[in-house]
Design a protein. Structure first.
Length: 445
């Protein structure tokens, strides 16, 4: 088989094995070695690998009509997917703009918020507030909103001005407070920041509903989002939820905002929307804002893309949605997510270098620390999580790395398998992670 000739690979520090087959929760390489996909790649594969019904839907749509420009035509898969999403989206979200990837959708959401204000005659509102320790994508607009130092630093001169506040990360509270006596200061800080910037200048607040890879699956306190929603309403700031990772059933609800009884003004989704089959993302927005843009001065959303509203991608998305519904996989995540958490705690809690285990649904994180009592991290230069990840890889288990949880230091790893995983496969993950940590740090520190 031909490989490693002309590809500019994503990873440059090692030769990558060639994946040749995938089914269920397993991937097989060219040598016949099987890997348990315990993170669904980048927390993206939700209904499992090798779904014939998705392949058939894509095949049929390609033969029927695979491309018609979205300024010239609509298409049936896009219409059907939007209708399906409207049944499950946060309250009030019922218009959907389809794109290819999560970062692209984040860019569109930031622009959409700005244009909404323009259509309401609030041209002075242009500032965006986001959070440190966040991930929103690697294009320049999304990167400007992101709060992950490793990715921002090389391109800092190119980034636009986005104001960042501290995230809800109780394990390492940036204010030095303890929950619940903290009064949820990390949420209340949004109001202070809005006032400091000038309320009339702020367009939107963008944040992951449940923090993903940058904080290794850290759910906020239950009070956090209601406080944020109230502040946004008070100052006419649009609330944008980034649910690229945590949406479409990943937390045991169709959208993570359901856990907090809060609806955003705009929601961004991706990853699980296409199940990893075809690049697909979407921006969902309330009808009142859609109408403001449609009937406003410009009569259009000043945005687009060659592959937006793509019929073949939407055909894949429809089928993913149907599988989630037919097999009750979102409900399964709610049930089996508790089993994942329980299994991880039982197997890993006593390891001296496991500082925390947290998560929700099929998003779980294990934070690795140098000192369990003080939670002091390993220096990033020691590449602890890379060593643990490599150990797991040799065992044939794939999990997703997290770094920079404590300043620029800190290590974590995420468990986020396809929703069809079985109990014995969950046990394989927990046992492999135990072995990897023990043999990397405890037995051979």
């Amino acid at each position: 088989m031909v490989k490693n000739n002309n590809v500019f690979h994503r990873r440059l520090d090692k030769e990558l094995p060639l994946a040749v087959k995938a089914e269920g929760v397993w991937i097989e390489d060219e040598k016949g070695k099987r890997y348990l996909d315990g993170s669904g790649g980048a927390i993206v594969v939700n209904v499992g690998h090798g779904r014939k019904e998705i392949a058939e839907a894509v095949h049929n749509q390609i033969l029927k009509c695979y491309y018609a420009h979205p300024t010239m035509f609509t298409n049936q898969p896009v219409e059907e997917l939007a209708n399906g999403l409207a049944k499950h989206a946060p309250k009030g979200i019922d218009r959907f703009y389809f794109l290819s990837g999560g970062g692209e959708a984040i860019e569109a959401a930031i622009k959409m918020a700005r244009q909404i204000h323009l259509e309401y005659g609030r041209a002075e509102r242009f500032r965006l507030i986001a959070r440190w320790k966040s991930y929103h994508g690697l294009s320049l607009g999304a990167l400007s909103a992101m709060g992950r130092t490793l990715f921002r630093e090389p391109f800092a001169p190119l980034l636009i001005d986005v104001t960042h506040i501290y995230p809800p990360y109780c394990l390492r509270c940036s204010y030095g407070l303890k929950y619940p006596d903290c009064g949820i200061q990390c949420a209340k800080a949004l109001e202070e920041t809005i006032l400091n910037l000038g309320p009339e200048t702020v367009s939107a607040f963008l944040a992951e509903t449940v923090s993903g890879a940058t904080l290794a699956a850290y759910p906020p306190p239950k009070e956090y989002w209601p406080i944020i929603r109230e502040i946004c309403d008070k100052y006419k700031v649009l609330l944008i939820h980034d649910e690229v990772m945590c949406g479409l059933g990943r937390t045991g609800r169709w959208f993570a905002s359901e856990h907090y009884n809060v609806s955003p003004d705009i929601v961004v989704m991706g990853k699980g929307l296409g199940g990893g089959v075809i690049p697909l993302s979407a921006v969902g927005v309330k009808s009142e804002y859609y109408d403001a843009i449609k009937n406003g001065k410009r009569k259009m959303f000043i945005h687009g893309g060659t592959y937006s509203h793509h019929a073949v991608a939407a055909a894949a998305g429809i089928t993913v949605m149907k599988i989630l519904e037919k097999e009750a996989l979102v409900e399964r995540v709610d049930h089996y997510g508790k089993i994942i958490g329980k299994t991880l705690h039982e197997r890993l809690d006593e390891i001296p270098y496991v500082g925390d285990i947290r998560g929700i649904g099929f998003m779980w994180g294990v934070e690795i620390v140098k000192d369990k009592k003080t939670l002091s991290p390993f220096p990033r230069k020691e590449k602890v999580i890379e060593k643990i990840s490599d150990h797991l890889f040799k065992q044939g288990v794939l999990l997703y790395k997290s770094t920079g949880l404590a300043g620029i230091d800190g290590d974590g790893i995420m468990v986020g398998p396809p929703f069809i995983i079985k109990k014995d496969e969950i046990d394989i993950i927990a046992n492999a992670l135990y072995k990897a940590i023990m043999e990397t740090l405890v037995d051979h520190p």
